[in-house]
Design a protein around this ligand. Structure first.
Ligand SMILES: O=P(O)(O)OC[C@H]1O[C@H](O[C@H]2O[C@H](CO)[C@@H](O)[C@H](O)[C@H]2O)[C@H](O)[C@@H](O)[C@@H]1O
Length: 271
C-alpha cells in the first residue's frame, strides 16, 4: 500500500525527474542481508536499474554505514554493470562522514577514541558473548551478533557495556540489524540527506532504507517540505520503519522492481 504523501512524491519525481534526488541505503536495501558482512553482495540487477534512472534524475546517492570503498567493492556484479558504473554516483559513507564522488574521497580524520575501543572490545566481548564478530571499518567498529546462538539476546546483553565503552571513547552507538556500531558523533543519515537536498537544489526526493539508521533519513524526507517518498525495504527484523514509511517493498528485489517501475514511468512521460 502506498500513502497519499508517497503517491504525491512519486508523481512529482515522474513529472519533474530533473529535480529529483534518489537516495538509497546499501545493506538490506541494495544488497541482501547475509550472515557474514564481508560476503554481502549487491543485487545483480541493481546497478543496471540505477544506471537507467541516473540518466533521468538529478542525482543518485547511496547513504550507508559502510565506507564508500566497501560499498563500491560489494557493488560489483558477476556479469552486468557494477555500482561504480552509475553515472554521477555519490556515496556518503559512514552515515555521511565520508564522501565519495568521481573517484575522490573526502573525510575527516578517524575519531581518536577508536584505539581505546580496539584495545578493550575483544576482552569485553570474551567475557560477555560467544560468536560475536568485530568488523573494523577504519573510522568505526561494528559488533555483529547475527552468528551467535541467540543474536537478539546477545545484542541486548551487549547494549549497556558497549554504550559505556563508546562513551569513554567519545563515540556514539549506532544500533542496527543484529549489530551495535561504535562510531564518531555529529553526523547521521538525516543530516547527510538534508545537506544533499540543499546542494542539489532538489525539488523532490526518494529515500529507500531498511534499518534503524535510516529513520533519520526518513525524517529528513518529511522535514524537507519537498514532495517525497519513503520506501522501506521490508524485513521481519525491523518493524519500526514500516510505521513511518510510505510504501514497503520486498527487500532488495522489491527495491530493484520499484526503481524499474519509476524508470518506466518517467520514460513514458518523455514520449
Ligand atoms: O547503512 P547500511 O548500508 O545499511 O549499513 C549498515 C550496516 O550494514 C552491514 O551490516 C548488516 O549487513 C550485514 C551483511 O548482510 C549483516 O551480516 C549484518 O547483520 C547487518 O547488520 C555492515 O556490516 C555494517 O558495517 C553497516 O554499518
Amino acid at each position: 500500500m502506498l500513502t497519499e504523501t508517497g503517491a504525491t512524491g512519486l508523481a512529482a519525481i515522474a513529472e519533474d525527474p530533473g529535480g529529483a534526488v534518489i537516495a538509497l541505503d546499501f545493506d538490506g536495501t541494495l544488497a541482501p542481508i547475509v550472515s557474514d558482512p564481508s560476503a554481502a553482495w549487491i543485487h545483480p540487477a541493481a546497478p543496471a536499474a540505477l544506471i537507467r534512472l541516473a540518466g533521468q534524475v538529478a542525482r543518485i546517492a547511496i547513504i550507508t554505514g559502510r565506507p564508500p570503498s566497501t560499498a563500491l567493492a560489494l557493488g560489483d556484479t558477476p556479469e552486468g554493470p557494477d555500482l561504480i558504473d552509475v553515472p554521477g554516483l555519490l556515496i556518503l559513507g559512514h552515515y555521511g562522514l565520508e564522501r565519495w564522488e568521481g573517484g575522490e574521497t573526502v573525510a575527516p580524520p578517524p575519531p581518536s577514541g577508536l584505539d581505546l575501543v580496539r584495545n578493550e572490545l575483544p576482552a569485553l566481548l570474551a567475557t560477555l558473548a560467544d560468536g560475536v564478530k568485530i568488523e573494523d571499518k577504519g573510522r568505526a567498529v561494528a559488533v555483529h551478533t547475527r552468528n551467535c546462538a541467540d543474536p537478539d539476546a546477545t545484542l541486548e546483553a551487549l547494549r549497556e557495556p558497549v554504550a559505556r565503552l563508546a562513551e569513554r571513547a567519545g563515540l556514539v552507538v549506532e544500533p542496527g540489524r543484529k549489530v551495535l556500531e561504535l562510531r564518531g558523533p555529529g553526523m547521521d543519515k538525516g543530516r547527510a540527506l538534508h545537506a544533499l537536498l540543499a546542494e542539489t537544489a532538489a525539488r523532490s526526493v526518494m529515500f529507500v532504507g531498511d534499518d534503524l539508521g535510516d529513520l533519520a533519513a526518513f525524517a529528513a524526507v518529511a522535514d524537507s517540505g519537498l514532495p517525497g517518498v519513503r520506501v522501506c525495504s521490508g524485513s521481519s527484523e525491523v518493524a519500526e520503519l514500516t510505521e513511518v514509511c510510505d510504501v514497503v517493498v520486498d527487500g532488495p528485489a522489491g527495491v530493484v522492481a520499484l526503481l524499474e517501475t519509476l524508470h518506466k514511468s518517467i520514460a513514458s512521460r518523455d514520449q
